[in-house]
Design a protein around this ligand. Sequence first.
Ligand SMILES: *[C@@H]1O[C@H](CO)[C@@H](O)[C@H](O)[C@H]1NC(C)=O
Ligand SMILES: *[C@@H]1O[C@H](CO)[C@@H](O)[C@H](O)[C@H]1NC(C)=O
Ligand SMILES: *[C@@H]1O[C@H](CO)[C@@H](O)[C@H](O)[C@H]1NC(C)=O
Length: 496
Amino acid sequence: MQTAAKPDRFSRSLAAPFLAVNRGVFVFIAAIVAGALVSAYWISASTSIAPTISIATRAVAQTAARSPEPAPSSARFASLGANRTPSEPAGGSPLPQRQPPAPACPAYFRWIHEDLRPWRATGISRETLDGAHRYGPKFRVMVIAGRLYVARYGRCFQTRDVLTQWGILQLLRRHAGRVPDLDVMFDCQDLPVVNAGDHAPPPLFRYCGSETTLDIAFPDWSFWGWPELNIKPWDALRREIGEGNAALHWTRRAPFAFWKGNPTVGTVRWELLKCNVSRERDWKARIYAQDWREQVRHGFRESDLAKQCTHRYKIYAEGRGWSVSEKYILACDSVALVVRPRFHDFFSRGLLPLLHYWPVRDRGQCRSIEFAVDWGNSHPDKAQEMGGNASKFMQVELTMDHVYDYMFHLLSEYAKLLRYKPTVPDGAVEVTVESMTHGRRGLEMEFMVDTMLNASGSAAPCELPLPFSSEELETLRRRKADAVRLVETWEEAVTN
Ligand SMILES: *[C@@H]1O[C@H](CO)[C@@H](O)[C@H](O)[C@H]1NC(C)=O
Ligand SMILES: *[C@@H]1O[C@H](CO)[C@@H](O)[C@H](O)[C@H]1NC(C)=O
Ligand SMILES: *[C@@H]1O[C@H](CO)[C@@H](O)[C@H](O)[C@H]1NC(C)=O
């Protein structure tokens, strides 16, 4: 059906500097696999790739650990005593009087610095922010002296804006007295739009970003629930999926790749339908299309996400932009088969191919999926470990505590860039728990009650890791590209 895809397609813009390396890997792999079976070269190849990947992760984790102050980059590597306890002062210097250090945030928090980098040198003036109107933001959020004000510029699909504002309101309760004054433009549509070539790009928050745009990724509404789809708030669902993992052991799950969703929102998903099992061909994929109109009428009663860890492999395919389904798929300890993504949300840049998920081609998906399933079924230990790695990431590094801390740090770093004092503009109204819950019913009300936080605040936020150095960023990008490339060479070795 499809011919093997061009080797360097995946590396895209990142590819150019690394092509030589990739080609080297390719030649090397091609040499060692000549005449060998897939299972045999997985072992040799994985022993060569796995250490490099884990070194990268360790390096990221280490440099992500705190140092006393957000210092200039030269201090970045002075943080190796990261996990020292308060009773072990660093390097013999006198221990300053302070609270025991907060735990370090997960490494993906480092992307906060990257997302704000375009404004690091210039700061954000009122004019810069107003420039966001070119891109049609849907609402503007201001925090002034701990109170939340919202100006509406347009409509959002379903209750996206409502739950986003609800989440910010809870942030203000959770980190009472800590959130600085803010002035933020939001969009709630799927696709990132701020052109990286824009001369004076405005900061615009939305739920996802991409390599070619400057939109700032903010946690999406579904962390507080998606009432229209009967998807519970993340805190509850994360726990339920964890229980679902325990209820059916990986080895007893159907040895196929499962996908269920709305296929009408992207070509990758349409293509995915072709991979379904048929009388002529079994690609080892089981694909189910949800009819949204039908489901909306029945309240999505049959789509209990916590009960969907029934297959050993789960496919993640982006929709129009990123898809909120990503976290539910990864939380399952089935192996996530990730069709080459073009977008990222705030946490997904912390995931590494072959460590947390199996990368799948976006052209020639069916063959790629079949290869992944065959690989996993013949390497059940490796496959389970990979599924476990992703599920651990979601259960440990993506708790609501971390989601709130991410929001806190992103907004605090953003506020440092503001070159003016935010004031409440005409047309903005104060939003409170009372005003938001007033007259609300059904699941919307239920989810708000479930996610309401204590107004008396709570523990200090985790400690924000330092920015990536340009070498670290490049290393990380290269590791990702190399891992994807490696899988492609394995696929090609079988196909050819
Ligand atoms: C995929 O195949 C299964 C089994 O034949 C079927 O139940 C399902 O409806 C098919 N999915 C689509 C999207 O056609
Ligand atoms: C799972 O993660 C650990 C590090 O956290 C890594 O050493 C290991 O290789 C990963 N497993 C797989 C199959 O990638
Ligand atoms: C909220 O805070 C109060 C006062 O600190 C405390 O007594 C109460 O147990 C807290 N409630 C919850 C649900 O944590």
